[in-house]
Design a protein around this ligand. Structure first.
Ligand code: FMN
Length: 91
């Protein structure tokens, strides 16, 4: 079998479908995070990659509290929705 060159990609599977929630201007906002993982055991630390332009990021930059949830099967449709609709377009 010959080697297939994929180029430069961030591919590490599987990854959990994680939803991060914050409050933006008094309204709860959710978005999906794929780039997330444990980066240290003691003290416990996680790291994630999040785009600067997201509503979620703007709230986090103001120092607001955030929560994380790993989506289970029942949450998958909603987790997908918050992964494709930005905060100002979510209903
Ligand atoms: C499967 C999946 C994984 C995603 N992972 C990330 C991620 O790791 N980092 C990121 O910045 N955006 C990620 N996104 C995109 C955001 O979830 C999406 O742009 C979201 O609508 C932003 O919401 P907000 O503008 O309300 O904060 C992902 C989307 C999907 C569908």
């Amino acid at each position: 079998m010959s080697k297939i060159k994929l180029g430069s990609q961030s591919s590490l599977y599987p990854y959990p479908a994680t939803v991060i929630s914050v409050e933006v201007d008094g309204k709860k906002n959710f978005m999906q995070l794929g780039f997330i993982g444990i980066v240290n055991a003691n003290p416990g630390m996680i790291g994630f990659g999040i785009g600067k332009h997201h509503h979620t990021t703007k709230a986090m930059e103001k120092g607001m509290v955030f929560a994380l949830a790993i989506a289970d099967e029942d949450m998958l449709i909603k987790a997908d929705y918050v992964g494709i609709r930005p905060g100002d377009k979510k209903v």
